[in-house]
Design a protein around this ligand. Structure first.
Ligand SMILES: Nc1nc2c(c(=O)[nH]1)N[C@H]1C(S)=C(S)[C@@H](COP(=O)(O)O)O[C@H]1N2
Ligand SMILES: [Mo]
Length: 356
């Protein structure tokens, strides 16, 4: 860890203090308690009065609709366990340094979200022919790179009409906490976090591509520093595994101390593209690998899967590692390619330990 994050600015520290990660020991919970789930808030948490709040469905629809929270709650109800990960997870491990929220590996959580399918709401409004995308607008407002905006993301129509895309009003069986989008957020299983719009205010059907800042000015893979490069959009989460760090930490460095002998290593693995098929573990920094045991099938296709692996720990310095492979055969790189926004760094998780 020595020089990772060298040159992190006070502005980045300010972001890191607002937007916390999931402490890695919370990998022990299949369902992440709300307070331990990672958090990413671009602007301010809006102040929403649930009784006067309304969701509007407008744009290229036959009947524009507004719905209250009670009306949404009386619609068909679906609960789904979904692993959310920020597209910037791993950013601070990239070199050269990318300025933004300086995540290491912990921008993840797996919660049970309850709500009503977006699809039904769109069908009730009646989409016009030629609708291409659904724009989701949050009630939060701010500036990014001098562009003043409401937080907005769009979804291609095909994704928006999936049965498992939810307008969620509960997290882990309780009303959404303010920081996670009260009173309503979108859940798009499989996609990186930026698409799961919180504090939802309106849903707008559009007949062309939506080109708001969060679609064109961010969340794209730009491989160079060239401003003119359009870049590929960031969409679904590629495979990743994390290890629950064994033993106990040093306060300041968080370096681990492990007692010699049999150690049961464990963690979680997920992919937003296809089910996890394999997790491997290395106890020599990724030189050699062996298969971990996969836990039971997760509660949903988009929830993380547990894994375990036994290790006979011998005294000395070791670097533990894990990596996931999904059903498409996609796996994790030892070192991900740099990109200007610092997105999608799913390089393997390394955990240095001292065994005594
Ligand atoms: N309205 C709004 N929605 C938002 C954001 C935001 O800043 N405003 N942040 C997004 C990003 S980048 C991520 S990673 C997820 C984080 O969700 P969580 O804080 O519930 O973990 O919310 C997304 N939804
Ligand atoms: Mo994010």
């Amino acid at each position: 860890m020595a020089d990772v994050g060298a040159g992190i600015s006070v502005a980045e520290l300010q972001l890191a203090a607002r937007n916390h990660g999931m402490p890695l020991e919370a990998l022990r919970y299949d369902v992440t308690p709300a307070g331990l789930h990672y958090l990413l808030i671009h602007y301010d948490i809006p102040d929403v009065d649930a009784t006067s709040w309304r969701l509007s469905i407008d744009g290229a629809v036959r009947t524009p609709v507004t719905l209250s929270l009670d009306e949404l709650r009386s619609r068909p109800r679906v609960s789904l366990a979904v692993t959310l990960e920020c597209a910037g997870n791993g950013r601070a491990l990239l070199e050269p340094h990318v300025e933004s929220q300086p995540w290491l590996v912990e921008a993840v959580g797996n919660a049970v979200w309850t709500g009503t399918p977006l699809r039904g709401v769109l069908e009730d409004a009646g989409l016009d022919d030629g609708v291409q995308e659904i724009v989701l607008t949050g009630l939060d407002h701010g500036l990014d790179h001098e562009v003043e905006q409401d937080y907005q993301r769009s979804l291609p129509l095909g994704e928006a009409m999936r049965d498992d895309v939810l307008l969620a009003y509960e997290m882990n069986g309780a009303p959404l906490p303010p920081q996670h989008g009260f009173p309503l957020r979108v859940i798009v299983p499989g996609w990186y976090g930026m698409t799961h719009v919180k504090w939802l205010g309106s849903i707008t059907a559009v007949t062309g591509p939506f080109e708001g800042f969060q679609m064109t000015g961010s969340y794209r893979i730009w491989s160079s520093d060239d401003d003119g490069e359009p870049g590929e959009p960031v969409t679904r989460i590629p495979p990743r595994a994390l290890m629950r760090p064994p033993g106990f930490p040093d306060f300041f460095t968080r370096h681990r101390v492990v007692e010699r002998g049999e150690v049961e290593l464990d963690g979680r693995a997920w992919s937003g593209v296809a089910p996890i098929e394999r997790v491997e573990v290395s106890v020599d920094g990724g030189e050699t690998w062996r298969d971990a045991r996969l836990g039971p099938l997760p509660a949903s296709e988009y929830a993380w899967r547990s894994w375990t692996s036994r290790w006979n720990a011998e005294p000395g310095e070791h670097v533990l590692a894990c990596r996931a492979t999904d059903a498409t055969g996609a796996t994790q790189p030892t070192r991900a390619d740099w990109n200007r926004g610092g997105f999608q760094n799913n390089s393997i998780h390394l955990v240095p330990v001292t065994v005594r």
